[in-house]
Write a protein that binds this ligand. Structure first.
Ligand SMILES: Nc1ncnc2c1ncn2[C@@H]1O[C@H](COP(=O)(O)OP(=O)(O)OP(=O)(O)O)[C@@H](O)[C@H]1O
Ligand SMILES: [Mg+2]
Length: 684
C-alpha cells in the first residue's frame, strides 16, 4: 500500500460521505452528532489507515472489535433496542475470542488444533472492518431515517458505491494514473522480503502468481523498507518452506558495480523484489564462491560453498574485511545436511580455508591479518596480481594453484639453512630439485649431488664425477691399506704407513674438490667406485664429507657456496636406530655429514635432503632443515615429524595433494606462512 493510495482512499470516501451527508441534512451538524456518520468514518479510516488489505489477523479483529465497541457507546440510551444488544453481544464475542486466540496461539495457523483454526478463520471473516462497520453503518442509517426514507436510500447508495463499486479499487485506478508503471512493477515482482539474515542476506517469499521463473544465480532489485535504499541482489538459494517457495538473496557492493550502481526499475513498492532480466556481461558468477558461515576463526574460515565455479584443495580465495583484501587457501570440504522446518532438508558443502593474509606487493609476501570476517561475508576466487619483480637471489618455484601468486624461494637461504624435499615416490621431488639446481648454480654457487641411484648421470647431460677415476682408485687403495693394518693386533700395526695412507686419501679428495670448486663446471656428482665391500664404501663416503667440510671450514671452499644434494637421503644418512637400516648405515658417515648440517651455515655449505619418508632419515640432519617442501605424503610418522613445521590442517591435506602440488614452509620462503603451491610443468 502506498501513501498516495491511502490518501486517495481516505479522501474519496470522506468526500462521498460528507457530500451525501450535506445533501440529506442541508448542514454539517451531522459531522459530530450522527451515529451513521461516525461509524461510516471509522470504516473508512480503518480500511485506509489501519489497512488489512489481505486478511485480518486475530490482533486486527481485536482492534476492530474494540473500535466498534467504542462507537456503540455513542448510541443514546433510549435508542438501545434489541438490535443494539445483538450488536453488543456480537462485538463482545469478537473482543473476547480474538483476545483469547492471541493468547493461545503459538504456531502458524495451519499447525494449530482444529478448534483454534475454526474460530480464528470465522473471526477473520466476521471481524473484517468492512463487515463490522458496514453492519453499523446500515443499522445507523435505518435507525435514523427509517427503512423507506430517501435519506436511507442515499446512505445505501454510499454503501453500495463503497462496497460494491469498490472505492479501494477506484483509488487504485486513480493512483495508477499517477504512477502508471507502478502497477506493472508490482505484477513484475517475484516476491516479498520477509526476513534478513545479516545485513547483506535477505529471505524472500516468492509470490505464487509471479509471472517469471526464478532460479538460483539470477539477479534482482528491490527497495528495502528499513533503510529505503534500492539494492541489487543475487539469488543464492531456492528452497521450500511450509509449502511455500523461498529464496535467499545476497546483496553486495560488487553486485551494485555490475549494474554500474544504476537503479533499473522506475518505482518500487518497498520490499517487493523484482527480477532483473537484462544483466550486463560480468564474471561475477565465475568468481563468487560462497558465504562465510559460523565457527570461523582468525586463522581459518568456514564457508558454505555456493558457486558455479569449481574449486579444490589449494585454491586461493579472497574476501574483504574493512576494505582490506584477505587471502585464504582451501584445505578442506565437508558435506552437511541442514534441517529446515517440516522435515525438509537441504544438502550443503562446508569448506574450510586457512588464512594466508594480505598480500604486500612491496615485500612480495603475505602478512597475517588479525581479525575474522563476519558471518555471510562473500568470498571470491582470488584475482591475479601484477607481475612481481624479483631480487637476484630469488626464484619462483611455483604458484598457488589457479593463480599467479608466486611462491618465492631465496636460493642462498635454501642452501645455507638446508632444505628438505619430501614426498612419496613419483610425486616429483627429483624433477623439482634438478630444475632448482639449474637455477641456483652460478659463478659462486656449486652443487655436488650425492646420488647412489645413478638417476642423475642419466638425466643431467655430461655431468662429471667430482672424484676422478684415478683419485678414486688411489683413495680406495689407501682405505684398503688402512683396513688391512686395522685388522692386525694393535701392537703389530704400522702406524706410519696408516698415517701416510690417510694423507693420501685426504690429498686425493682435497685435490678433486679443489679442482671442482675452482673450475668452471657448476655441478658434479659423487658416485661410489665399483666395489663390493660395504665397510670400505662407508669409509670412502665418510672421508669425502670430512674433507669437504674441512675445505669449507679452512679454505672457505675457495670463495664458493656449496650445495650438497642428498638424493634418497635414507641411503646416505639413515636413522641409525630405525628398523631395516641397510648395511651401508654407518655412524661415522652420518656424523661427518651431521657436522656439515650443524655448522654448514657458518661456512656457506648446505644440504638439499630428498626423502620419501622421514622415518628412516637421520633426524640430526633432518631437523637442521629450516625449510621444507613436501609433496604428497601418506605416511603417519612423516606427518608427526612435519607437525613441528605445519598446522594439523596442512598435515591432513598432505595425502590429497595432487601431482606436482606441494606445501612450502620455512625460512627460505618469502612468505612466512605455509602455502600449498603447484610446481609448473618441467622438462624432466
Ligand atoms: N614438474 C614436473 N613437470 C612435469 N613432469 C613431472 C614433474 N614432476 C614430476 N614429473 C613426472 O613425474 C615423474 C616422477 O617424478 P620424480 O622422479 O621427480 O619423482 P620422485 O618424487 O623423485 O620419486 P622417487 O621418490 O621415486 O624418486 C617424472 O619422471 C616426470 O615424468
Ligand atoms: Mg626421485
Amino acid at each position: 500500500m502506498t501513501k498516495i493510495y491511502r490518501l486517495l482512499l481516505l479522501g474519496l470516501s470522506f468526500l462521498l460521505l460528507v457530500g451525501l451527508g450535506f445533501y440529506i441534512r442541508q448542514d454539517f451538524s451531522f459531522l459530530l452528532n450522527d451515529f451513521w456518520f461516525t461509524s461510516g468514518l471509522l470504516l473508512l479510516i480503518l480500511l485506509s489507515l489501519i489497512d488489512q488489505p489481505h486478511f485480518s489477523k486475530d490482533t486486527n479483529v481485536f482492534v476492530n472489535a474494540v473500535t466498534a465497541a467504542v462507537s456503540l457507546l455513542l448510541v443514546q440510551a433510549d435508542n438501545r433496542d434489541f438490535l443494539f444488544w445483538s450488536f453488543l453481544s456480537f462485538i463482545i464475542y469478537l473482543t473476547v475470542s480474538s483476545y483469547t486466540l492471541m493468547w493461545l496461539r503459538t504456531n502458524p495457523l495451519n499447525e494449530e488444533n482444529k478448534a483454534l483454526q475454526l474460530f480464528s478463520r470465522l473471526n477473520r471473516q466476521i471481524g473484517r472492518p468492512e463487515a463490522i462497520f458496514s453492519a453499523f453503518f446500515l443499522w445507523g442509517g435505518i435507525r435514523q431515517f427509517g427503512l423507506s426514507s430517501n435519506e436511507f436510500n442515499l446512505l445505501l447508495w454510499f454503501w453500495i458505491i463503497f462496497m460494491i463499486l469498490n472505492i479501494p479499487a477506484l483509488a487504485k485506478t486513480i493512483e495508477g494514473l499517477f504512477v502508471a508503471i507502478k502497477e506493472k512493477n508490482d505484477k513484475e515482482a517475484i516476491g516479498q522480503i520477509f526476513g534478513v539474515q545479516s545485513k547483506n542476506t535477505f529471505l524472500v517469499k516468492l509470490s505464487e502468481n509471479r509471472s517469471q521463473t526464478t532460479r538460483i544465480f539470477e539477479f534482482v532489485e528491490f527497495k528495502y523498507s528499513i533503510d529505503n535504499q534500492v539494492k541489487k541482489g543475487l539469488i543464492l538459494d531456492v528452497y521450500l518452506l511450509n509449502q511455500e517457495q523461498w529464496v535467499k538473496v545476497l546483496t553486495t557492493q560488487e553486485i551494485e558495480k555490475i549494474f554500474s550502481e544504476k537503479i533499473l526499475f522506475s518505482s518500487h513498492t518497498p520490499d517487493l523484489v523484482y527480477k532483473i532480466t537484462n544483466v550486463p556481461k560480468t564474471d561475477y558468477l565465475e568468481r563468487f564462491i560462497g558465504l562465510v558461515t559460523e565457527n570461523s576463526t582468525i586463522e581459518k574460515i568456514k564457508f558454505v560453498y555456493n558457486s558455479k565455479a569449481p574449486i579444490s584443495e589449494g585454491q586461493l580465495l579472497e574476501l574483504n574485511i574493512r576494505n582490506e583484501r584477505i587471502l585464504y587457501q582451501v584445505i578442506e570440504g565437508t558435506t552437511k545436511i541442514e534441517l529446515l522446518e517440516n522435515k525438509n532438508q537441504t544438502g550443503l558443502i562446508i569448506a574450510e580455508a586457512i588464512q594466508l593474509g594480505t598480500w604486500n606487493n612491496a615485500t612480495l609476501r603475505f602478512e597475517q591479518y588479525g581479525w575474522v570476517p563476519s558471518i555471510n561475508t562473500p568470498i571470491y576466487l582470488a584475482t591475479n596480481i601484477d607481475k612481481v619483480p624479483l631480487e637476484q637471489s630469488e626464484y619462483i618455484i611455483g604458484s598457488i594453484p589457479g593463480t599467479n601468486y608466486p611462491v618465492i624461494i631465496n636460493k642462498e637461504v635454501a642452501i645455507t639453512h638446508h632444505t628438505a624435499i619430501l614426498g612419496v615416490t613419483g610425486s616429483g621431488k627429483s624433477v623439482f630439485v634438478r630444475n632448482l639446481i639449474g637455477q641456483i648454480v652460478n659463478d659462486t654457487t656449486k652443487v655436488i649431488i650425492i646420488d647412489l641411484t645413478g638417476e642423475y648421470r642419466e638425466k643431467i647431460a655430461d655431468i662429471q664425477s667430482i672424484i676422478s677415476e684415478a683419485s678414486g682408485d688411489n683413495a680406495f687403495k689407501a682405505i684398503e691399506a688402512i683396513a688391512t693394518e686395522e685388522r692386525k693386533f694393535a701392537n703389530q700395526r704400522d702406524y706410519t704407513a696408516m698415517k701416510a695412507a690417510e694423507k693420501v686419501i685426504k690429498t686425493e679428495f682435497h685435490t678433486s674438490i679443489k679442482t671442482f670448486l675452482e673450475g668452471n663446471t657448476t655441478e658434479a656428482i659423487f658416485e661410489l667406485p665399483d666395489i663390493s665391500n660395504n665397510s670400505e664404501i662407508i669409509e670412502y663416503t665418510k672421508w669425502f664429507f670430512w674433507v669437504l667440510f674441512k675445505t669449507a671450514k679452512v679454505e672457505k671452499s675457495f670463495g664458493k657456496r656449496v650445495c650438497v644434494v642428498l638424493e634418497e637421503a635414507h641411503t646416505i644418512v639413515p636413522e641409525l636406530n630405525s628398523m631395516g637400516v641397510s648395511d651401508f648405515a654407518s655412524k661415522a658417515t652420518v656424523n661427518s655429514i651431521a657436522q656439515i648440517a650443524l655448522q654448514g651455515r657458518k661456512y656457506n655449505i648446505g644440504f638439499f635432503v630428498i626423502a620419501q619418508r622421514t622415518a628412516n632419515v637421520s633426524k640430526t640432519v633432518l631437523t637442521q632443515c629450516n625449510s621444507i617442501i613436501v609433496f604428497q605424503e601418506f605416511d603417519k610418522t612423516s606427518g608427526d615429524f612435519l607437525s613441528n613445521y605445519l598446522r594439523t590442517e596442512y598435515i591432513k591435506a598432505l595425502p590429497t595433494l595432487k601431482f606436482r602440488q606441494a606445501i612450502a614452509v620455512g625460512k627460505a620462503f618469502k612468505s612466512n606462512v605455509p602455502m600449498i603451491f603447484e610446481v609448473p610443468e618441467l622438462t624432466t
